[in-house]
Design a protein around this ligand. Structure first.
Ligand SMILES: NC(=O)c1ccc[n+]([C@@H]2O[C@H](COP(=O)([O-])OP(=O)(O)OC[C@H]3O[C@@H](n4cnc5c(N)ncnc54)[C@H](OP(=O)(O)O)[C@@H]3O)[C@@H](O)[C@H]2O)c1
Length: 255
């Protein structure tokens, strides 16, 4: 039987790296996108040429739109049949302290980063009935920094949802989460920015996507693992290292 995975937000960056990694492990991939149609189509084409016995398709849905999210899994199943792996990777990452957070900003972070994964997990459990769910949290859930208040809240609750679902869906479905830290620079920043940021974490360098891919592999290969969170963050969740230079770097800690 073909192993099929749905990865949300898979056309670029971490989602794309996950799609490429799973392809090498024999998975067929449903590449979800919202605005990145061309990169998604290109990725499907490249993977189809590289792995001709597997299937690579694309599906569009705006995950901040409840109706589109509710339609997504039934639509996928009617086209491709049941699938065995759901990866909730897509997210929005917008800044704002609590005092600055409008209801619109709050709703957008919550709808895309929490409500959509909730609906997709529920529908995966009801329709597909067995397999794996992996949710992308963030190392920020280990702290109470509020510079990305609504984003951080959405990821904190996503982790709680991961545990609740792991308990309810076991043993047929395992549900785990990955919490990346300094991985890729935001789209408007470069690697230099990331290197500077990484000076504030215990491992002193950005992890790139490799630790995340290894965590995904570990989750998939360990068939007794459920309800767990793997930090892929070079120790950032532990706090700020005590050997930081005293001056000048303060603002990097809160980016
Ligand atoms: N990058 C990091 O250093 C880092 C650090 C910690 C945690 N993470 C977590 O790791 C995951 C991947 O990170 P990333 O930086 O690769 O993510 P990203 O580039 O910011 O976003 C991934 C994809 O999410 C999709 N997306 C955004 N809004 C959407 C919507 N309304 N409907 C449907 N799709 C939507 C976009 O798809 P389209 O382009 O098709 O619109 C985008 O390509 C995220 O969950 C993130 O929170 C990342």
């Amino acid at each position: 039987m073909k192993k099929i995975a749905l990865i949300t937000g898979a056309s670029k960056r971490i989602g794309k790296a996950v799609a490429e990694f799973l392809s090498e492990k024999g998975w067929s991939i449903i590449i979800h996108y919202n605005s990145s149609e061309k990169p998604a189509e290109q990725l499907a084409e490249t993977l189809s040429m590289k792995f001709p016995t597997q299937n690579f398709s694309t599906v569009k849905a705006n995950l901040s739109n409840e109706k589109e999210v509710i339609e997504l899994i039934p639509k996928i199943i009617s086209e491709y049949g049941l699938f065995q792996l759901l990866i909730n990777n897509a997210s929005v990452f917008n800044p704002g302290y609590l005092k600055e957070t409008s209801v619109d900003l709050f709703d957008n972070q919550m709808n895309t980063n929490l409500k959509a994964p909730f609906i997709l997990m529920r529908d995966f459990a009801n329709h597909c009935k067995k397999g794996n769910i992996i949710n992308f949290a963030d190392t920020r859930i280990a702290s109470n920094r509020s510079d990305f208040a609504a984003y951080s809240l959405s990821k904190k609750v996503l982790w709680e949802l991961t545990k609740m679902a792991a308990l309810e869906f076991a043993p047929a479905i395992r549900v785990n989460a990955i919490a990346p830290g300094v991985t890729l620079p935001p789209v408007d920043k470069d690697e230099n920015y990331l290197d500077k940021l990484a000076q504030n974490i215990p491992m002193k360098k950005p992890g790139g996507v490799e630790p995340i891919l290894k965590s995904i592999n570990y989750i998939l290969e360990n068939n007794h693992l459920t309800g767990q969170l793997l930090f892929s963050d070079g120790g950032e969740n532990l706090g700020v290292p005590s050997n930081l230079p005293p001056d000048g770097e303060e603002e990097l800690r809160i980016i």
